[in-house]
Ligand binder design. Structure first.
Ligand SMILES: C[S@@+](CC[C@H](N)C(=O)[O-])C[C@H]1O[C@@H](n2cnc3c(N)ncnc32)[C@H](O)[C@@H]1O
Length: 169
């Protein structure tokens, strides 16, 4: 598999290693310009490549409509594996009829919002957060990670900027 090389994309590839099924991303690839190239994680592309390689699927959710950008970056081949949902991810996650095998939570800088999303995703094999490290869980994971750890999850992968927990009750 080849993945676009950013810290986030390498991390998400590690989180997906060995999994097959449906992965969920909260916060879709934003901008395809050269200027934004290094600030975006390009995790949607990483997840789409994983889905193609493993006969899996991706649901990516964003409150803004990024369909045109996603189509331009991913292309028709990878887009076939990706369902793009537009709206508040909390409402969309609450309406899922089954849990994903992996969730990458890279939405708003709102810890309580991410806690609500994480609670709804309880039982998902791996859940990962952006902007978190072992010492500072950051603006997204601050309350969700302690709650997950009290409810069957343990930290498995962290690279100083992201953290992944695995369900191992
Ligand atoms: C950092 S970007 C995602 C980057 C992407 N994961 C990547 O690596 O390229 C965060 C995204 O979260 C979206 N967002 C903010 N609040 C949201 C919400 N309540 N529900 C869904 N998406 C939201 C923003 O529109 C923004 O595109």
């Amino acid at each position: 598999m080849t993945y676009t090389e950013t810290g986030a994309s390498t991390f998400v590839a590690q989180c997906l290693d060995g999994l097959q099924g449906t992965a969920l991303e909260v916060g879709s690839l934003r901008n395809t310009s050269d200027a934004a190239r290094l600030s975006d994680g390009w995790t949607t592309l990483t997840m789409a490549e994983w889905a193609k390689a493993t006969d899996s699927a991706v649901i990516t959710v964003d409150i803004r409509n990024r369909e045109a950008q996603l189509a331009r970056v991913l292309g028709a081949d990878l887009m076939r594996r990706v369902t793009h949902r537009v709206g508040d991810a909390w409402a969309i996650v609450a309406g899922l009829d089954r849990l994903p095998v992996f969730a990458y939570l890279d939405g708003p800088n709102d810890a309580d919002w991410h806690l609500l999303v994480a609670k709804r995703l309880h039982g998902t094999k791996r859940i990962a957060f952006d902007d978190a490290n072992e010492h500072d869980l950051g603006p997204k994971a601050a309350t969700a990670v302690p709650w997950l750890e009290a409810n069957g999850y343990r930290r498995t992968i962290f690279d100083g900027r992201h953290i992944c927990l695995e369900y191992n009750p």
